[in-house]
Design a protein around this ligand. Sequence first.
Ligand code: FAD
Length: 143
Amino acid sequence: MGRFTTGVTVITTEVDGEVHGMTANAFMSVSLEPKLVQISVANKAKMLNLISESGTYTVNILSGDQQDISMQFAGQNKEDKEVEFETFEGLPIIKNSIVSLACKIYDTHEAGDHTLFIGEVLNLKIQDGDPLVYFEGKYKEFK
Ligand code: FAD
């Protein structure tokens, strides 16, 4: 699967006023009517219970200059950074993402060691910019 080139997203959710984020590239579109998208979250990830509890999440498609944000939310930075979130449709989003989708859980499906969350898209915000690209475990420049 590492040879399948993807963009990179950060999933966010909020529980009791605390925002949690996680880098994810297992993201796909599912349906146009209604508008549905899907993410796949490892059962060992902290994100799993938090999304289930909140019932909502956002998918933030990162731009080419947000590699540090991807690394932060994948736990790849040596030191944790403070990240400032914007609010969109009442949900926390990552500033300057090329797309942010606000979703509410439509369906959940356990599959092996991951859980698939199908989300109904409540609204989306689009900004100009080239995407961050991921291939064979490395970040790449979009050309
Ligand atoms: P943690 O590991 O505790 O959190 C992740 C990191 O985010 C920590 O460093 C934490 O400090 C930071 N963080 C969380 N909230 C905040 C906040 N509010 N402010 C600042 N920092 C914060 N895993 C999957 O399950 N599915 C995928 O599709 C997937 N795709 C990936 C794609 C890429 C390119 C990479 C690099 C990793 C991917 N992972 C994926 C792995 C996943 O990102 C990591 O395992 C992640 O650490 C799991 O997060 P967690 O919810 O367990 O929480």
